[in-house]
Design a protein around this ligand. Structure first.
Ligand SMILES: O=C(O)CCC(=O)C(=O)O
Ligand SMILES: [Fe+2]
Length: 370
């Protein structure tokens, strides 16, 4: 159990000083205040945007753009500061025992994994999805309509034909995924929820449920299919859970992640100055040691998490195809546009019970009667 009593946070002022290293470094402090002046336009946008977000649940685009600009200019400090602010407002909640798809995780396990993600930006689990769950999800993916998304644009939806790909990726709708019993179980899995809370340090909010095929349709890396290095920046802080549902080797589009690049100052200013754009492999390879550029391969069922504020991409698929299921948990829905969804009251009873009890976790969904 992750209980509130375990979260004895230090006095906010001290926590703030410790978090931002302002205690014994006067130079940093003056830099911090001059940055405040320099960035006042973006800060004003964030403050105005936060007010609107509190009233409506959505953020104006200018505030989202300022979130991105500040992230790039401060090399992540602005997001860390906002995450600290959110922590002062939302205490962690006592979730069910962290016994689930990731194993029966003790508080020690959660701390160890959280620490690894904090250090490296990703963590590959020893536990994997049981084969019957992989089969169920693969079956879903071979019989459910999805949308082909190609470099040239979006094509009409249809069922993916493995032998005749017409686009680099095929994406499933969140609504279709939420209808699937295996997905319902996973988004309410206690080990997943506990790890998300442990990393975010506030009750996690489920903001993305997605699944997509990546194919060998194009020979070039597709920007649309996130096959060029980039960082994600839709929220303030988040953690993505990836599930490989097909075997993924070096030629079938492994996820690539630059270890440690998710940290504050983990991305150099000369790359961040380009803004929220895709970065060619050569520029990543020129800056980061080869040892830090990881390719995550694994049999179907492989599970890993990543803080995709670090540089990452899907390696272009050279042969065959790759099916991935992914969830994102965030600390706030402030930021980019998000889709709302429904959780029907006739779906997995554990999910319905959790959605009633942990309103923040499922706050982008409405519990509907079927
Ligand atoms: O396909 C991949 O492995 C990368 C996906 C990606 O960029 C993301 O999920 O943010
Ligand atoms: Fe991404």
């Amino acid at each position: 159990m992750v209980s509130q009593s375990e979260q004895t946070s230090p006095a906010p002022r001290n926590a703030f000083r410790r978090a931002f290293g302002l205690v014994s470094r006067p130079l940093n402090r003056s830099r911090f205040f001059s940055a405040l002046l320099e960035y006042r336009y973006h800060i004003a946008n964030l403050i105005r945007g936060a007010k609107i977000y509190r009233q409506t649940g959505t953020s104006p685009d200018y505030a989202y753009q300022s979130l991105i600009s500040l992230y790039c200019r401060t090399q992540g400090l602005s997001n860390d500061f906002l995450a600290w602010l959110i922590r002062t407002r939302h205490r962690q909640v006592s979730l069910p025992n962290a016994d689930g798809i990731l194993g029966n995780l003790t508080r020690g396990d959660l701390d160890r994994i959280t620490n690894e993600v904090e250090q490296n930006g990703y963590y590959l689990f020893t536990h994997s999805l049981p084969l019957d769950v992989c089969e169920e999800l693969l079956d879903f993916a071979l019989h459910t309509q999805c949308t082909p998304v190609a470099e040239v644009g979006i094509l009409p939806a249809g069922v993916y034909q493995r032998e005749h790909p017409l686009a680099e990726t095929y994406r499933f709708s969140e609504a279709a995924l939420l209808d699937n019993p295996a997905v319902q179980k996973l988004i309410s899995d206690p080990s997943i929820l506990s790890l998300a809370q442990s990393y975010l340090r506030v009750p996690p909010i489920l903001d993305i449920v997605t699944m997509w095929w990546s194919t060998a349709f194009a020979s070039e890396a597709s920007s649309e299919a996130a096959q060029l290095y980039h960082f994600d920046m839709d929220r303030i802080r988040w953690l993505k859970f990836f599930f490989y549902l097909t075997d993924v080797g070096p030629k079938t589009g492994p996820h690539c992640f630059v270890a440690k690049s998710h940290k504050r100052k983990g991305q150099p200013l000369h790359l961040l100055k380009r803004g929220y754009v895709r970065i060619p492999d050569e520029d990543i390879e020129a800056y980061y040691p080869a040892d830090d550029i990881k390719e995550i391969t694994g049999r179907r069922g492989t599970i890993f998490v990543a803080d995709t504020r670090g540089f990452h991409k899907g390696k272009p698929v050279a042969e065959g195809d790759r099916l991935v299921l992914q969830f994102e948990f965030c600390n706030s829905l402030f930021g980019g546009v998000y889709t709302r969804g429904d959780i029907a009251d006739n779906c997995d009873p554990n999910l319905v019970a959790l959605a009633k009890k942990y309103k923040r976790v499922y706050s982008k969904f409405t519990l509907t009667e079927k």
